[in-house]
Ligand binder design. Structure first.
Ligand code: AMP
Length: 190
């Protein structure tokens, strides 16, 4: 039997998206980033994109039902033997429960949750820089603060949910990109 799927977690700006991308490319896995999927819908101006825009601009979570439907659609396109790295999903306990159901229907399961640990001040510095570099409209100080609060209130319980299953592998996210990548690779391959 092949290995199960991975969930990448970490506060906004922890670098998990970029790191997941590198790891996935190295191994021929597939990254499923709900943030990227939403941004793609925004760009294509789909109905889903229009539904998500306000939440994203305010730094709030898009409602679970919309998010889960989008993930369900994307999962259909991924071949059975391919390992998935979920990035930015699940972000609520309800999404974690939905993910278990969706994966179960496909004969898949979450193998491990990799949590990238980065202190808050370090992240605030990094996000400020990223906003300027990428021109993302959800990286203003107000929206950054909001996304942090949302993480603490809604996503932290997801970490606890997976900790009860002993599925969480913590990785120190402070340091150079390559050093962090090495730690992540080790955690993902364990
Ligand atoms: P990200 O790029 O992962 O930080 O996501 C950008 C924005 O997309 C978030 O601030 C949310 O508004 C929305 N989003 C991404 N993933 C989710 C999710 N799993 N549940 C709800 N909203 C999400």
């Amino acid at each position: 039997m092949g290995r199960g799927d991975l969930v990448f977690m970490g506060p906004p700006g922890s670098g998990k998206g970029t790191q997941a991308q590198t790891l996935v490319r190295e191994h021929g896995w597939v990254q499923l980033s709900t943030g990227e999927l939403f941004r793609d819908h925004l760009k294509r101006e789909t109905a889903l994109g229009r539904a998500a825009r306000g939440y994203m601009d305010r730094g709030e979570l898009v409602p679970d039902a919309v998010t889960v439907d989008m993930v369900r659609e994307r999962l259909r396109e991924i071949p059975a033997g391919t390992r998935i790295v979920f990035d930015g999903f699940p972000r609520t306990v309800a999404q974690a429960d939905a993910l278990d159901r969706l994966l179960g229907e496909l004969g898949r399961r979450v193998d491990a949750v990799i949590l990238l640990d980065v202190p808050r001040q370090e992240i605030l510095d990094r996000l400020g820089k990223r906003a300027r570099a990428e021109g993302r409209t959800d990286d203003t100080p107000e929206v950054i603060g909001k996304r942090f609060d949302v993480y603490e209130q809604q996503t932290r319980p997801v970490v606890e949910h997976y900790e009860r299953r002993r599925a969480v592998r913590r990785v120190d996210g402070v340091g150079g990109v390559d050093a962090v990548a090495t730690r992540l690779r080790e955690a993902a391959e364990r």
